[in-house]
Design a protein around this ligand. Structure first.
Ligand code: ZN
Length: 166
């Protein structure tokens, strides 16, 4: 397999990144840990960041501000729903920020987040916690390689020891 020099569709890219919001609050960072691996062109990361990284090379540092429409979407009002606490699967302790999937009327699994937990109720929010936010990414490209056939079939990268990331 030839070794790609630039980020393009179907390359597995390793990045270090720090994500901050307009408020200056840092919400996530890989710095000091393992780089994030993603499969370029497969929607593994938000569209605004993925588009900006195309054609970059190892060692490039990229600063990009992604608006909500190309990030986690605009925040929809009235997208919360309170459910009784006993509706939550037993054995799971609901905590704010927890994500899970529920089936809608069409049988599709949609993501939902726990917004609030009270004694009797859990408030669910269908907005991503970062919906409505401008996302300020500071990225360093640390690796680029071609994807394996298995990774392309799965639509995500696999770790150095096989499928243990998933
Ligand atoms: Zn997989």
């Amino acid at each position: 397999m030839s070794s790609p020099q630039q980020i393009a569709a179907d390359t597995v890219v390793g990045i270090h990144y720090t994500l901050t919001l307009d408020s200056g609050a840092q919400v996530d960072s890989s710095v000091g840990g393992e780089p994030l691996l993603y499969l370029h062109g497969h929607g593994n990361i938000v569209p605004g960041l993925e588009a900006e990284l195309t054609s970059h090379k190892v060692g490039d540092r990229v600063m990009v501000t992604v608006p909500p429409a190309k990030g986690y979407g605009e925040r929809q009002p009235n997208a919360t729903q309170a459910v009784p606490r006993h509706a939550f699967p037993p054995g799971e302790t609901p905590r704010p920020g927890m994500q899970f999937g529920i089936r809608d009327e069409d049988g599709d699994v949609v993501p939902v987040w726990v917004a609030k937990v009270t004694k009797d109720e859990i408030v669910l929010d269908f907005n991503h916690p970062l919906a409505g936010e401008n996302l300020h990414f500071e990225v360093e490209v640390v690796s680029i390689r071609g994807a394996t056939q298995e990774e392309l079939r799965h639509g995500h990268p696999h770790g150095p020891h096989g499928h243990d990331l998933h």
